[in-house]
Design a protein around this ligand. Structure first.
Ligand code: 5GP
Length: 234
């Protein structure tokens, strides 16, 4: 598949057209940003790790019946994906209190939730991805009731599948962010699933193996990403 014009450059990825109007190439960069891109840096090898981890997790989810935009791995940093019209909401699922939820509600990190929490955030960096709910999304025409029913159901299923998988490799899946989009009338899981978009805590020690090492200047960032790769892709 030949790479065509670059049509989008985000904080961590570039997207290219291909010969096929239904397919794009998603390229993973080593660039890292946090706090709405006010903090910037590079994590050596991150793009390669995130491409491999995302491919592997999308493949797992597809096997379990969740349709995703993933088609195939093309190279160390590139995957072939289905073209999506992205829904302007980030879906966050939380199993353990951390990050934004701890801050918003004045809670300690580490409280195990009695059931998973689903949040929607409006995808707009300059507004700091504000928390919204399904009423906002429907009333403003960003998604239909049917699409949101699907997104909610699929997100909880994805959480169950990933929680079980990560339990098996000694990791607590604390929280993660998903993005969905429309492809030929169907809603598919898009974007990536990686240490950039999830919180991973090592069971027993609580060691953070995700982007919080970069956000909070905890050091050993590259090692944490490599460690997650070796646990996920065996
Ligand atoms: P929080 O709302 O606590 O900051 O984030 C919850 C989870 O979603 C974390 O695992 C975090 O990595 C992910 N997440 C939320 N928003 C974003 C975002 O804009 N970019 C990335 N890469 N991850 C996000």
């Amino acid at each position: 598949m030949k790479r065509g014009k670059m049509i989008y450059e985000g904080k961590a990825k570039k997207v290219y057209e291909t010969d096929d109007p239904d397919l794009y190439i998603q390229e993973f960069k080593d660039d890292a940003t946090a706090f709405d891109a006010t903090k910037r840096g590079t994590i050596a090898g991150k793009g390669v790790v995130n491409n491999k981890i995302s491919s592997s997790l999308f493949t797992l989810l597809e096997k379990k019946g969740i349709p995703t935009h993933f088609v195939k791995l093309l190279s160390e940093r590139e995957m072939l994906v289905k073209r999506l019209e992205i829904i302007k909401a980030e879906v966050t699922i939380r199993n353990i209190v951390a990050g934004g939820m701890a801050k918003m509600l004045g809670l300690e990190e580490g409280i195990v939730l009695k059931e998973p929490v689903l949040e929607y955030h409006f995808k707009e960096d300059k507004l700091h991805d504000p928390l919204i709910n399904e009423y906002h999304l429907r009333a403003l025409g960003y998604a239909t009731a049917g699409e949101l029913d699907y997104v909610r159901d699929a997100s909880f299923k994805i959480n169950s599948i990933l929680k079980e998988f990560f339990n098996g490799v000694g990791i607590d899946l604390v929280d993660f962010k998903l993005e969905f989009g429309r492809h030929k009338g169907k809603v598919l899981l898009g974007d990536e699933i990686s240490p950039d978009t999830c919180r991973f805590w090592e069971k027993g020690t609580g060691r953070k193996l995700d982007k919080d090492r970069f956000r909070r200047d905890l050091g050993n960032i590259e090692e944490a990403y490599q460690e997650m790769l070796s646990r996920i892709v065996r």
